[in-house]
Design a protein. Structure first.
Length: 160
């Protein structure tokens, strides 16, 4: 008999992209539900989309369950489901945006039984809409958290 699966919905937001950003996630397991969100003073939408997945997975202690992740991010979903991440890893993440987060996720992904599903954003899916609300609310809350890698990279690239 297989163990029940965990369902995770995630979303990321950045106002201005780059700009203040945030992520939101909803985790569901049987009757249990947990929401999480966090904002950063300067970041990008794609970073928040991926960070939402990472932060949600970090909460899961029992890794024997299969996990279905629903995201409206083609960037995240396609990178994993189409094998782009594996190619990026083989090439040492050269010329890949957000290498810090992709490396973190890659280390984690082998510990879980993951399946990613793309969902259309703003299509009335309750948990996706909730994640969007959590992410945008975190971004609008004048966050002071620092996305250290992004800000350092932006300084090195002369963007800040």
């Amino acid at each position: 008999m297989s163990s029940p699966s965990i369902v995770i919905y995630t979303d990321g937001a950045a106002l201005g992209n780059p700009g203040p950003g945030g992520y939101g996630a909803v985790l569901m397991f049987g009757p249990h539900r947990r929401e999480l969100s966090e904002g950063f003073r300067l970041t990008t939408n794609n970073r928040m989309e991926l960070l939402a997945v990472i932060k949600a997975l970090q909460l899961i202690q029992d890794k024997s369950h299969s996990i279905n992740i629903y995201t409206d991010s083609k960037y995240v979903c396609d990178a994993i489901e189409k094998g782009w991440l594996e190619n990026w890893r083989k090439k040492g993440y050269a010329k890949v945006k957000n290498p810090d987060l992709w490396q973190m996720f890659y280390k984690m992904k082998t510990e879980y039984k993951l399946k990613f599903h793309w969902v259309k954003g703003h299509a009335g899916i309750p948990e996706n809409e909730r994640c969007d609300y959590l992410a945008t609310t975190a971004a609008k809350a004048k966050p002071t958290n620092i996305d250290t890698f992004y800000e350092q990279q932006s300084k090195e690239d002369g963007l800040l």
